[in-house]
Design a protein around this ligand. Structure first.
Ligand code: UPG
Length: 465
């Protein structure tokens, strides 16, 4: 068997896919796994944390689609657009190389579900396509029901003259999404500005046509975490909806080489803090926080006196108020990068101030840490609604942006108030639920077993743990 895994190389999408590949490669040792991704993404995910690959995985670099001497306009979506434009051809070139090198035909295509064109590649090769949906299932539903949403809520979505999209706080009458508002949806689900689709929105738009045709869909989620109507609706569309659990947490925490382990000293600093006392702040790999909000957040942290650990990328640290680092050094630490999985698992962490990227949310839930949510774009707002209203394991920041009073209020609510006790205990309950589902015999483990044995596309006939 030769499984080709195709990654979407932006944000933190590739993380879950590489971990799923590692997990599969351990149990399907006779199968060859070729992991196709851009050089930039490959080097960050493989070099950073998961340096040692089993012999049956090889990473292949796929061209990123950026023309030679290209001058970037500064639009963050530009790299994504250039990649998508050439992606089918570039993946095909890398697939041919993997076949030539191994002497094995591809037997199964496993891809990030965002790559909706992968279904045609699989069809041309007459092999099965197994898409993997890495964000929360609610966003898959939003993409599947794009037509219904655009038609039904056309009047609630107003493009003003500056092209800003105004959204009404109207609940969605869409299967499985009745707790959500139009304003929570990813931009690509809504009618495009100027009626112009980007290549990215077109690719995601195809999901509603291509995905319902697949037999097996892998979800980076737990059966137990769905609201019943959403689960029922998705199950009616996919005969094999496999919720294998939070993929990037299904392996032991990434072991960094000793020389780089905890280079920023986060874990040793946390060792010196009281149990459940520290607020951890991190905004993933993509979001750029407006300077004014960094200042407000910093002021709140200074005034509150609550211990904090803040992972703030170097590109944004100049926004901190002058003298903040010195003044806050008595109770806080700011680093450019934190080993987040280990940090959230540390007993000193009390709350996570997050942008609500899917991986951050999963890492927080898996460790029973309640969240203060400041969502920005993409799936962040759906995730924030899920955390605050459905799971009740956190709160959204007042007014939607960081203000000094809003941050102080949220910290006080989660850490001190009676309402916070409920939120903290709900986060713990979710952790227990996830642990149970991931244990051998648990629902997520059963679904992983089904994936591995499923018609033997992965090369294992009977999985023995
Ligand atoms: O100092 C840091 C900061 C981040 N991380 C890790 O980086 C990942 C960040 O992932 P995520 O929380 O998903 O944030 P983004 O990188 O911003 O995520 C992009 O990709 C996600 C997964 O599809 C989407 O949900 C988001 O919308 C999109 O912004 C997590 O695993 C973190 O543990 C660290 O280890 N240390």
């Amino acid at each position: 068997m030769h499984v080709a895994v195709l990654a979407f190389p932006f944000g933190s999408h590739a993380l879950s896919l590489v971990d799923l590949t590692l997990k599969l490669a351990r149990v399907a040792q006779e199968t060859r796994f070729s992991f196709l991704n851009t050089e930039k993404s490959n080097s960050s995910i493989f070099l950073a944390a998961r340096a040692t690959l089993p012999d049956n995985i090889k990473a292949y670099n796929v061209a990123d689609g950026v023309p030679l001497n290209h001058v970037f306009s500064g639009d963050p979506i530009e790299r994504v657009e250039l990649f998508i434009k050439e992606a089918p051809g570039n993946f095909k070139t890398a697939l041919d190389l993997a076949v030539a090198e191994t002497g094995r035909k591809i037997s199964c295509l496993m891809t990030d579900a965002f790559l909706s064109f992968a279904g045609s590649i699989a069809e041309n090769l007459s092999i099965p396509w197994i898409p993997v949906w890495t964000p929360v299932p609610h966003s898959l539903s939003a993409h599947i029901y794009t037509d219904m949403i655009r038609q039904r809520y056309a009047n609630s979505i107003i493009h003003d003259c500056s092209n800003r999209v105004e959204l009404e706080d109207q609940t969605l009458d869409v299967p499985g999404l009745s707790e959500f508002r139009i304003g929570d949806l990813p931009a690509e689900v809504l009618p495009p500005r100027d009626a112009k689709e980007t290549l990215f929105s077109c690719m995601l738009g195809q999901i509603r046509y291509t995905m319902p045709k697949v037999d097996t869909l892998v979800m980076n989620f737990y059966h137990e975490l769905y609201p019943e109507p959403l689960l029922k609706d998705l199950k009616s569309k996919f005969s094999n909806l496999l919720n294998v659990g939070f993929i990037s947490l299904s392996l032991p925490p990434p072991s960094l080489p000793p020389s780089t382990e905890d280079v920023t000293g986060c874990l040793s600093w946390l060792d010196g803090q009281k149990a459940k006392s520290v607020a951890f702040i991190s905004f993933g790999t993509v979001v750029n926080i407006p300077q004014s909000e960094i200042e407000e957040l910093a002021e709140a942290l200074e005034v509150s006196g609550n211990p904090f650990l803040w992972a703030l990328r170097d590109s944004m640290s100049y926004c901190l108020p002058s003298g903040f680092l010195d003044r806050a050094s008595t109770h806080g630490k700011v680093v450019p990068w934190a080993p987040q999985i280990q940090v959230l698992a540390h007993s000193s962490i009390s709350v996570f101030i997050t942008h609500c990227g899917a991986n951050s949310v999963y890492e927080s839930i898996a460790n029973g840490v309640p969240m203060i949510c400041r969502p920005f774009f993409a799936d962040h707002k759906l995730n924030a609604r899920l955390i605050a209203d459905e799971w009740r394991a956190g709160v959204r920041i007042d007014g939607g942006i960081f203000t000094k009073t809003g941050v102080l209020k949220s910290l006080d609510l989660i850490l001190e108030r009676e309402q916070g006790r409920g939120i903290r205990s709900r986060a713990q309950d979710l952790k227990e639920l996830v642990l149970k589902a991931s244990a051998p015999g648990g629902r997520a483990s059963q679904d992983f077993k089904t994936l591995v044995e499923n018609d033997h596309h992965i090369g294992v006939t009977h999985l023995v743990w």
